[in-house]
Design a protein around this ligand. Structure first.
Ligand code: NAG
Ligand code: NAG
Length: 380
């Protein structure tokens, strides 16, 4: 209670939008290089946990940010559906960080509503616990201080303890996904350049993380890693949408001396993920992923963690997909994507303890000219 009062005083004293934090650009724990245009850009914004604030009569999460076409807002929330929880919303706004009569514009208002509230237990009765609920989802826009016609999602959303939500700015609409699958398409009713703030509020909603980043890139794509490459202690994060077709990612050392230091090959008809290397002309021993996490049309998040002698691969979960022993150098200079894949973001996370980089803020390369890793030939 005291904290609430203090927060209220702070918000009142500091007044307007000065204490609204800038949204992170990645979900790395330290500093990171993020894909931006045809290079990687150093991001000085560290990932911060969400903090609720009291602002203009509302207790909410609020962040300042713009949004460009091709970028995605990633929201990871925890939900608590006990009794009244489960009615919550996200707003992508211009003008003010809250919906307030007479000012601002709400470019995207996305509201989840519990179809039925539970009753609190009568005294003496055991509490009825249920961590799931079916939610109705609507989207709308507040333009010139008037709400437009609501757009409803076809099926109710089945809510559980966690809500991974993404909002991608496509050329003509927002594409909204939960658990990687499309929930709703929302055609723009106000232009993207109105956007200055994103907020999240509601009962039973706790934000674990929120960040905005990425750009849409199609395979084939070659990424030369920034600042001399990926070393032990780094993590590589790839956001992409799988098609119903095979794709692969091949990595090599900074000088392309060893051929393919690691290839991750995804085969949909066989439902396999195979990791292997081709040092010189010889393929090594294949390592098979422990499960198949990909689905046609589903967005996924791949995380590759690089250690001193091994790397580990995770896709959409804390369950390890594979471990791979290094077969050449512990430094990875670049990677190329082949096959059919829509890449929506690449972040190269530096180790958490590393100090802020002071040199050039742009490094590396992103290009459609892929490389065969067979000592010097280019392929297309
Ligand atoms: C919990 O919620 C789900 C989905 O609404 C429902 O199917 C299930 O029966 C509920 N369980 C209990 C114990 O109420
Ligand atoms: C995937 O598996 C199928 C079925 O065995 C095979 O025909 C196809 O060539 C494989 N794809 C790749 C890229 O190796």
């Amino acid at each position: 209670m005291l904290r609430l009062v203090l927060l209220f005083l702070l918000a009142t004293v500091q007044g307007q939008t000065t204490d609204i934090r800038k949204m992170s650009e990645h979900r790395c724990l330290g500093y990171a290089w993020v894909a931006d245009g045809n290079r990687f850009r150093y991001s000085e914004l560290k990932m911060l946990p969400g903090n609720k604030m009291f602002y203009n009569g509302q207790y909410l999460y609020a962040f300042s940010t713009g949004i460009r076409e091709g970028q995605t807002i990633h929201i990871d929330a925890q939900l608590n559906f006990k009794y009244y929880g489960g009615n919550f919303e996200f707003n992508v706004l211009g003008g003010t960080p809250i919906i307030k009569d007479g000012s601002g514009a709400n470019v995207l208002h996305l509201k989840f509503t519990k179809i039925k509230n539970l009753m609190p237990p009568q005294s003496g009765q055991p509490a009825r616990q249920n961590s799931t609920a079916s939610l109705a989802v609507i989207a709308n826009t507040l333009k010139n201080n008037e709400w437009m016609r609501e757009i409803k999602s076809g099926a109710p959303f089945y809510g559980d303890k966690f809500l991974p939500l993404t909002i991608t700015a496509m050329p003509d609409k927002f594409e909204i996904r939960t658990f990687g699958e499309v929930l709703l398409h929302y055609p723009y009713r106000l232009p993207l350049d109105y956007v200055q703030f994103v907020n999240a509020l509601g009962e039973g909603l706790e934000l674990s993380q929120i960040y905005i980043g990425g750009q849409i890139m199609m395979a084939p794509l070659r990424a030369v890693f920034p600042n001399g490459g990926i070393k032990p202690g780094f993590t590589l994060i790839i956001d992409a949408v799988a098609k119903n077709s095979d794709f692969s990612i091949a990595f090599t050392d900074p000088e392309n001396k060893f051929g393919i230091m690691l290839e991750i090959k995804v085969n949909f008809s066989k439902q396999t993920v195979i990791l292997n290397s081709k040092i010189g002309k010889r393929w090594g021993q294949a390592v098979r992923g422990s499960y198949f996490p990909f689905k046609s049309g589903k967005a996924f998040n791949m995380e590759v963690r690089f250690f001193e002698r091994i790397l580990t691969v995770y896709v959409d979960s804390e369950k390890e997909l594979a471990t791979f022993d290094y077969r050449a150098l512990p430094t990875f200079g670049e990677m190329s994507f082949y096959g059919s894949l829509e890449i929506r973001g690449i972040s190269v996370c530096e180790p958490q303890r590393w100090p802020m980089h002071t040199g050039d803020k742009y490094s590396g390369l992103l290009t459609k000219q892929t490389y065969s890793y067979q000592r010097g030939e280019n392929t297309d």
